[in-house]
Design a protein around this ligand. Structure first.
Ligand SMILES: [Zn+2]
Length: 76
């Protein structure tokens, strides 16, 4: 009978240990560990009207352009 009690205690400890580990691991790893980069801001070329990411736009005096050629055409 002592053996069964000891087995029950060991099983209880293992269950507690595993449930505690699961809680810790879920706390360490959030649902989105590496969030992907968000949507880029899109801008409109002031000359031809094409939409492009703000990072690829060419900055002119009046506005943003899709290429240096369009900036030169719009701002001679
Ligand atoms: Zn353009």
């Amino acid at each position: 009978m002592k053996f069964l009690l000891l087995l029950a205690i060991v099983l209880l400890l293992v269950w507690l240990w595993r449930s505690g580990r699961r809680a810790n691991s879920s706390a360490d790893q959030p649902d989105r560990p590496a969030s992907p980069p968000g949507p880029q801001e899109m801008v409109r070329c002031a000359h031809c009207g094409v939409h492009l990411p703000h990072g690829d736009a060419v900055v002119g005096r009046v506005g943003l352009y899709c290429s240096p050629e369009h900036r030169q055409l719009a701002e001679p």
